[in-house]
Ligand binder design. Structure first.
Ligand SMILES: C[S@@+](CC[C@H](N)C(=O)[O-])C[C@H]1O[C@@H](n2cnc3c(N)ncnc32)[C@H](O)[C@@H]1O
Length: 276
């Protein structure tokens, strides 16, 4: 990945740290996604790396499930790591480190599980990251990760309740407002890679990892939750990359909380990748 973009993303996560922490405390979606990944673990790991641990929400959940495990949380944003440290009681015995894993500070064969709750899809250079994952996994270890349905396209039909059409009225409203402010925006824009099932499998296989879907949950987000989410700077920039965050917020704030917007339902997929 080019260095300026990497640095910009790191800064955006830093600016987003407090709001992200408040958002995940108020709404259950991220916790549900972490629980989906936890349910994919079939053995009790002795050592876990929580990659992209953010303010430590997923890391502390791991501690609840695995009281004896050695747990390390890493995040490339120093602000996130500071929050994680201040929000975690020392007795929980979690080691937090500011890192994006590109240096060799985690030694080979260290972890039974690499836990990527809401984090893998934020990384641009996934090939390089997976190579590092492969190095630091213990033999027989696994990577677990989550993907939203707009970033992952399964092959074949998915049956009820996962096949309902996606409806959205909040984003069209925001787009209309942004157009009114003079931005040539026509829809939300993903600046992240969208994977077909076969591409995801190939990406992992090239690094000696076999990936399989371990579960799906249906998340139901009120538009109040979605508005809170899109206000987070890193999220606002992912969805509307060429619009300043303040204007995305202005458009979101113009939506009356009393408006009747239907909840949005989405699938989230949990995956496990094991050594080939
Ligand atoms: C959406 S938060 C996820 C936090 C938590 N794991 C959860 O489940 O809610 C994504 C985190 O990934 C971190 N991140 C993004 N790219 C990263 C990278 N290359 N290396 C380490 N952390 C990264 C961001 O700083 C951010 O804190």
């Amino acid at each position: 990945m080019n260095a300026p973009r990497k640095e910009t993303l790191r800064q955006l996560w830093g600016e987003s740290a407090v709001e992200y922490r408040d958002h995940v405390k108020k709404f259950a979606t991220h916790r549900r996604i972490s629980l989906l990944l936890l349910s994919a673990l079939t053995r009790s790991p002795k050592s876990i790396l929580d990659f992209g641990c953010g303010p430590g929400n997923s890391t502390r959940l791991l501690r609840k499930f695995f009281p004896e495990a050695h747990i390390v949380g890493i995040d490339s944003s120093p602000e996130m790591i500071r929050l994680a440290q201040s929000e975690t009681e020392p007795g929980l015995n979690i080691a937090y480190r500011c890192s994006d894993l590109t240096s060799s500070e985690e030694s080979g064969g260290s972890f039974d599980v690499i836990f990527c709750s809401n984090s893998l899809f934020h990384v641009d250079d996934k090939s390089q990251l997976l190579s590092r994952f492969r190095e630091i996994l213990k033999p027989g270890g696994c990577v677990v990760f989550s993907m939203y349905e707009f970033l992952f396209q399964p092959q074949g039909e998915i049956s009820w309740p996962y096949a309902e059409a996606i409806t959205d009225s909040l984003i069209p409203h925001v787009v209309e407002k942004l157009q009114g402010y003079g931005y040539p925006v026509v829809s939300r824009k993903e600046d992240r890679e969208i994977f077909r099932e076969i591409d995801l499998k190939d990406l992992f296989l090239a690094r000696g990892l076999i990936v399989r879907c371990a579960g799906i949950i249906r998340i139901n987000r009120t538009w109040e939750e979605r508005r809170s989410f899109f206000r987070i700077p890193s999220v606002a920039q992912e969805v509307f990359p060429n619009v300043p965050t303040e204007d995305v917020r202005r458009a979101l704030d113009s939506v009356s909380l009393d408006s009747v917007y239907p909840d949005q339902e989405r699938n989230v997929y949990g995956f496990v990748a094991e050594m080939a």
